[in-house]
Write a protein that binds this ligand. Structure first.
Ligand code: TTP
Ligand code: MG
Length: 631
């Protein structure tokens, strides 16, 4: 009685102005353990058990748990790691291909278990899975008289496909913990049954990831993405946690214990504004940024005098702030998150390739052209791997029978090409870079049609043209100076994907027709582009050198006709890109494994404005590159 009274009293204080959480969905979150290191171990099983670090530039992108046992940490410098662990095996992780491939394989397996096809990757090593439907189906099947011998059906059509499990207990950890003797009673609660079933499904899938693919993982089970991700981070590695949200304050207590910045979706800028308000301070811009949002907990913010969604909206109301941020944050503080797990698609939303030049900045035309060519080659190669499919030709189409190359078509094609750069921070008298260290400048234009030519152009030939005819002019618009740009990073990216109907979708021969449609559409586009594209038959390097070394450079650049209309069109594209980026779901802002990074004792560190991780200065470029990894 006493407990019940206490419970209802507490529930009332929370309910006063708390947003309502919808617990109808069941969401699983997976985070593969020391992912890059695991990929390399699987490729070379002899490495298993040895301390292993994965190198990118001069830092460890990650390290396995054997290395972590010696005190080696993610993003540590190689020299520091060797000092701590002389036996550390270090392998290069510069080529992301094996990581992307493994990520896709694991994601494909997981996605096949969402009956609503909702399986969303976050970076390369995290996946959200909406399993609401398969759980509801199995909830109906559960036999209360034989709980210990339950069978989880993975298919509606094949009752034999599934796994046996003991429904008298949860799989893995439960938060808050539950006394097994109470569980039978709790099973009267349908939400508890759903979460229990989901814990077994998560356990089964994690086991399959390990047995069939060789990857251990950490798992979170809850009713929305934020809660599932936070739950999953409680017991790492190789474990899972179900957040049992049966009573309202279970979720509130869980959320209250988190520092503001640990909550996925609350970026460092938002966290700083709220923290300043709650602590009645004005943080002077701190280049280290270590304290942002780390001083106040969700509880302190929530219980702050007159705190509400409206007050948060006022606190966050700054130029460029997104409307509704106050409500979004207020919801997150209460564990409310209605964002959907994105529907799985085989087509990436964008493909982005970049390289960083922290040790040696990029400064001269020949260095620049070499880099643009290399980036363009990787980009075209990636586009052909990710976006091109084979199709059966239309038998009545004689031309297609003569050329096997025509059996390839774009399943989707990007409309926009973007080039971004970041200069090295200017020395400002201190050894610490300013927060602008992360700022990038970019320019976009429609992707030239030749980039989609599959018929008679090699990857290298297309890349060469892309570098000289599109990327170089974009670069000049960003950096009109002849040389000495002092660049730390160049990124090339294609975005705004358009799906192309396949033959199976619209009848025989549609693939070939679709391919012709693309050609037609881009011919029109190329006609427009021709006005301001440099066409020159001289080899690329010399075009560049001439352009940059002759006194007429500025004239050449200026002479590229660029009508007001063109200018406007490009601005619109830039603005559209920004819109696309700005409207990207909070997923891009989600933290991964905040804890492991918070305790970094690096002196020279800075907080990443995207994810809030504390990054040693020397690791910033590699970390930034990590954020830009597309699908
Ligand atoms: P994380 O999930 O942060 O790390 P992890 O999977 O290696 O380790 P954990 O067991 O703690 O989950 O990042 C996933 C992969 O992304 C990681 O294996 C390496 C890569 N990565 C970078 O390359 N640069 C970075 O800055 C970060 C954060 C990750
Ligand atoms: Mg991981």
């Amino acid at each position: 009685m006493k407990t019940a009274a206490l419970m209802s009293g507490r529930a009332k204080t929370i309910a006063a102005k708390a947003p309502k959480r919808n617990d109808d969905r069941v969401i699983l979150h997976f985070d593969y353990d020391c992912f890059y290191a695991s990929v390399l171990e699987n490729a070379n099983p002899g490495l298993k058990g040895q301390p292993l670090g994965v190198k990118q530039k001069s830092i460890l992108a990650t390290c396995n748990y054997a290395a972590r046992a010696h005190g080696v940490k993610k993003l540590m410098s190689i020299s520091e790691a060797h000092k701590i662990c002389p036996g550390l095996v270090v392998i290069s992780g510069e080529d992301l291909t094996p990581f992307r491939d493994a990520s896709k394989r694991l994601w494909s397996f997981l996605r096949s278990h969402s009956w609503s096809n909702r399986a969303e990757r976050l970076g390369l090593d995290e996946v959200f899975l909406d399993v609401t439907e398969v759980i509801a189906y199995n909830q109906e099947l559960l036999n209360r008289n034989a709980l210990q011998d339950s069978f989880f059906q993975l298919s509606r059509h094949d009752p034999e496909k599934g796994f046996g499990f003991d429904a008298t207990q949860f799989f893995g950890c439960v938060q808050p913990s539950v006394d097994p003797t109470d569980l039978v009673l709790l099973l009267d609660n349908p939400l508890c049954v759903r979460l229990l079933l989901a814990s077994h499904l998560a356990g089964y899938l994690r086991l399959k990831l390990e047995e069939d693919f060789g990857y251990t993982s950490s798992g979170g089970v809850s009713t929305n993405k934020t809660l599932a991700k936070l739950a999953g981070s409680i017991n790492k590695p190789q474990n899972q946690t179900t957040l049992l949200s049966l009573r309202e304050y279970d979720v509130q207590d869980f959320m209250d214990g988190h520092k503001l910045r640990q909550i996925p979706g609350i970026g460092s800028r938002i966290a700083q504004l709220i923290q300043d308000h709650v602590l009645s301070i004005k943080t002077t811009p701190d280049p280290h940024g270590l304290e942002i949002g780390a001083k106040v907990t969700a509880r302190e913010v929530r219980q702050f005098a007159s705190m509400s969604a409206d007050l948060l909206e006022r606190i966050l109301n700054r130029p460029g702030a997104e409307r509704g941020s106050g409500e979004k944050v207020w919801n997150l503080l209460h564990g409310v998150d209605s964002s959907e797990v994105k529907e799985a698609s085989d087509v990436p939303t964008q493909i982005s390739i970049e390289d960083t030049y922290m040790a040696r900045p990029l400064n001269t035309p020949s260095e620049l052209m070499r880099e643009l060519r290399a980036l363009a080659t990787s980009l075209i190669r990636r586009m052909r791997v990710d976006l091109v499919v084979t199709y059966d030709p239309d038998p009545s189409d004689l031309s297609s029978q003569q050329n096997t190359q025509q059996h390839l078509r774009w399943a989707a094609y990007p409309k926009t090409l973007r080039l971004s750069t970041r200069a090295r921070p200017k020395p400002n008298g201190t050894s610490t870079p300013t927060p602008e260290i992360f700022s990038r400048n970019s320019r976009s234009q429609p992707l030239p049609s030749f980039a989609l030519n599959l018929k008679d152009a090699s990857i290298e030939a297309v890349a060469e043209r892309l570098a000289s005819e599109a990327l170089l002019p974009l670069f000049r618009r960003l950096h009109p100076e002849r040389q000495g740009w002092n660049l730390a990073l160049i990124n090339v990216c294609v975005a705004n994907m358009v799906m192309v109907a396949g033959p199976g979708e619209t009848g025989s021969g549609a693939g070939a027709r679709a391919a012709r449609d693309i050609g037609r559409m881009f011919r029109t586009q190329e006609d427009k582009l021709r006005e301001w594209t440099i066409y020159d038959n001289t080899p690329v390097a010399s075009v560049l050198d001439t352009a940059f070394s002759s006194a007429n450079v500025a004239d050449i650049v200026k002479s590229i006709p660029q009508s007001e209309e063109e200018e406007k069109r490009e601005d619109t594209i830039d603005a559209m890109d920004e819109l696309v980026e700005a409207s990207e779901p909070i997923a891009v802002l989600l933290d991964s494994d905040v804890d492991a990074w918070e305790d970094s004792d690096e002196d020279e560190s800075q907080r990443c404005h995207l994810c809030g991780h504390i990054i040693p200065i020397f690791a910033i470029s590699a970390h930034e590159r990590f954020h830009s990894i597309g699908d």
